[in-house]
Design a protein around this ligand. Structure first.
Ligand code: GAP
Length: 445
């Protein structure tokens, strides 16, 4: 993990937030390459849910919802973690994490801690961020930053149903920021207080819920595999009955073998009719579907694949990180799926003279309408290749003296290091063709 964190900082993927003020607890800012990578992760998610099918529609709901939303959803009462504090050193822990340790049910010391450490009794701590709405801080103005994007979907069920004229089975998908006052955030962007979710609520006739749960569990696992995650580092883990959330009758996690161990990447839950029923009760609105074929009203059941954009980006980074040796020189390379790579092509003049930079810029200008590319003329060509390898650029396009004679360039491939001459006029088509082709990891790394 340290190597990934250090690469992210060195190459401007991710920085600790507010660093000049000493940082602010487990909050991170994304720099140029990080923004491009995370945008690509989200674009691939939208592609799988919207472009590749016609039974899902998009939504972008507000971060602040009516506070009754969180009463209905159960978050106000139940979205809590058990918190213990150390009276001596002031550190805070989740009591349920401590109980797994040999120190017993009521630990008096925290993990590996000083013998003088002395833990308080556990108390419930609500993870929602509270703020006030309007110019005056008065009672009744309390609102919450959403802890999940899902509820914005449920409260819009009626709107979407009427405008889209969809009928179950159909899904509503949204991507956006969520906020949780996590007691123990950490492990870089794995667990933050402000993070981005990619969630879809798939509404189905009640009798079809089990079938769709199985379908989405497999489909979501396969999405990570198609984007190149190693199969031996990915698994599905069904929740035991005592782990299930209050709303769920079945949940399976897609887990990835992060450097911190097997951890949740995404959860797929069968939420039944819990959410629509609750919001109907609290709002007084009917949240049902009228099936004309049977002349029956019913409350659809919901299958929810809920993923984290930051956590997915971290998994792709960890999986892609590799070091090898070329010509006796060590290189760091991100073997990202080309569709996820922040930059698709680097355009490099071999030397900074003889008209090569001018032609290389012309090549870059033609390419950039089609793929994200970068121009670099600074330093020896080998060093420029390494810089691109380190950020995962799949193709390096080099303009050399021959390019000026016959208008061809070499295309160097990041993983195989194979170089091929391609006509400048055919370059855009060729790169797009390669980007569309299925990609497999060259070797285990
Ligand atoms: N609507 C259901 C829901 O929110 P969740 O398992 O709490 O379920 C879904 O969250 C996904 O959101 C997680 O699998 C994870 O990828 C991401 N996520 C949750 N909390 C996070 C945090 N504190 N930091 C980063 N990602 C988080």
């Amino acid at each position: 993990m340290e190597k990934v964190v250090s690469l992210c900082k060195r190459r401007g993927f991710v920085f600790p937030s507010s660093e000049i003020y000493g940082g602010i607890g487990s909050t991170y800012d994304y720099g140029h390459y990080g923004v491009l990578l995370k945008n690509n992760v989200k674009a691939q998610w939208w592609r799988a849910l919207l472009l590749d099918r016609d039974d899902v529609v998009a939504l972008d709901s507000a971060i602040i919802q009516h506070p009754r939303t969180w009463e209905a959803s159960g978050h106000l009462e139940g979205f809590t973690d058990p918190l213990v504090e150390c009276r001596t050193c002031g550190q805070r822990f989740r009591a349920d994490h401590l109980e797994a340790l040999p120190c017993g049910r009521k630990p008096s010391r925290h993990p590996g801690g000083d013998p003088a450490c002395d833990l308080t009794e556990s108390r419930s701590f609500n993870l929602m961020f509270e703020t006030t709405m309007g110019p005056v801080r008065e009672t009744g103005a309390a609102v919450y930053l959403r802890p999940e994007t899902a509820q914005g979907i449920f409260v819009n069920f009626k709107n979407v149903l009427s405008f889209s004229r969809k009928k179950p089975p159909f899904g509503i998908a949204q991507v956006g920021k969520s906020f949780r006052n996590e007691i123990t955030p950490g492990n870089f962007i794995f667990r933050m207080r402000e993070f981005e979710q990619m969630e879809m609520e798939f509404f189905v006739p009640p009798t079809e819920a089990e079938r769709w749960f199985a379908y989405w569990t497999t489909a979501r696992r396969d999405w990570y595999l198609e984007l190149g995650l190693r199969a031996d580092r990915l698994r599905l883990r069904p929740h035991d009955a005592d782990e299930l959330s209050h709303y769920s009758s079945a949940t399976s996690d897609v887990e990835y073998l992060f450097p911190i161990g097997w951890s949740e990447l995404e959860g797929i839950a069968n939420r039944g009719d819990f959410d629509l029923t609750q919001h109907a009760r609290f709002s007084g609105e009917k949240l049902e579907y009228f099936d004309q074929a049977t002349s029956e009203h019913y409350v659809p059941h919901v299958i929810e694949p809920a993923a984290g954009a930051d956590r997915a980006a971290l998994a792709f980074l960890c999986d892609a990180y590799d070091e090898d040796e070329i010509g006796g020189e060590r290189r760091t390379v991100l073997r990202l799926h080309p569709r996820l790579a922040p930059v698709k092509a680097a355009v490099l003049p071999l030397v900074r003279k003889d008209g090569q930079p001018e032609l290389a810029r012309e090549v870059r200008d033609a390419l950039r309408e089609r793929v994200m590319c970068e121009y670099d003329e600074g330093g020896a060509i080998g060093r420029r290749y390494r810089r691109q390898d380190e950020i995962g650029t799949p193709f390096a396009v080099t303009v050399d003296h021959q390019s000026l004679e016959d208008r061809t360039v070499t295309v160097r491939e990041r993983d195989s290091l194979a170089q091929e001459r391609v006509a400048i006029d055919a370059l855009g088509d060729e790169l797009e063709r390669r980007l569309r082709a299925p990609w497999t990891r060259p070797h285990p790394g």
